[in-house]
Design a protein around this ligand. Structure first.
Ligand code: PEP
Length: 254
């Protein structure tokens, strides 16, 4: 089995001192784990963390958003080329908090993914339904529509993305999709990717939504769950490491 990918999304959390302690703690515990790992930090801290990660390969650095424009008069925006200068490997695009609070729509997400890919950065494309959409039986339609926009804009490059299924109702709420519920949606996404590219096998599909040390192993053991996008539990080294240990256990058991 390929190694699982565990990505921490710090959201708008951290400080110079807290980041130092968190990254140090994660690096100290990562040794020997069979896992691909990354942390997505607020942009102002990328340079601090890049410096901390420069002499190792166990932990990659990511950002939480990127502009859909290449450069120019877009006050407050950060371009993919700028991120690349800070050694960024991944960037989250289409997180539900961006869709909800910043009006991002499917096309914006698709264009952001395109900018990232053109800069050699792997976009982590988030898709997921709200509770209302789930209750109305619309989960599959919603996630397929969200992913279709990214596939359509990015053509054969789609094989270079990471997808994250994040049910909106499970993010930061303590509610988690059951392993079966998550697997069902992952399998829909897998089929959609298979239909889009012959290279779909290389695409990791992460689950995100209140993943923690207790539920990680059963979620990560599902056949189409290739890793996790972790919010709250990525802010404490011991919690984040426990999820990575579960991921490592899945890789070594196979
Ligand atoms: C997230 O922000 O992507 C996320 C999954 O958050 P949490 O793990 O806190 O639900």
């Amino acid at each position: 089995m390929k190694k699982k990918l565990i990505v921490g999304n710090w959201k708008m959390n951290g400080s110079l001192a807290a980041n130092q302690a968190l990254v140090r703690g994660v690096l100290d515990g990562l040794e020997g784990l069979q896992v691909n790992a990354a942390v997505c930090a607020p942009n102002v801290y990328l340079s601090q963390i890049q410096a901390m990660l420069h002499d190792q390969r166990a932990l990659d650095l990511g950002a939480q958003d990127v502009s859909m424009h290449e450069q120019g008069a877009y006050t407050g925006e950060i371009s993919a080329d700028m991120l690349r200068e800070f050694g960024i490997r991944y960037v989250v695009v289409g997180h539900s908090e961006r869709r909800q609070y910043h009006g991002e729509q499917d096309l914006h997400v698709a264009l952001k993914a395109q900018c990232a890919l053109q800069a050699g950065i792997t976009p982590i494309v988030c898709v997921g339904e709200t509770l209302t959409e789930r209750r109305a039986g619309g989960t599959e339609e919603v996630v397929k529509r969200q992913l279709a926009a990214v596939i359509q804009t990015n053509g054969h490059c789609i094989s270079e993305v990471v997808v994250a299924y994040e049910p909106v109702w499970a993010i930061g709420t303590g509610l988690t999709a059951t392993p079966e519920e998550a697997q069902q949606v992952h399998s829909v996404l897998r089929h959609q990717l298979n239909a889009a590219t012959a290279q779909a096998a290389r695409i990791s599909i992460l689950y995100g939504g209140s993943m923690n040390a207790t539920n990680a192993l059963t979620l990560l053991n599902q056949p189409d769950i290739d890793g996790g996008l972790i919010g709250g539990a990525a802010l404490k080294a011991s919690d984040f490491l426990a999820i990575m240990a579960a991921a490592s256990q899945c890789a070594t058991a196979s």
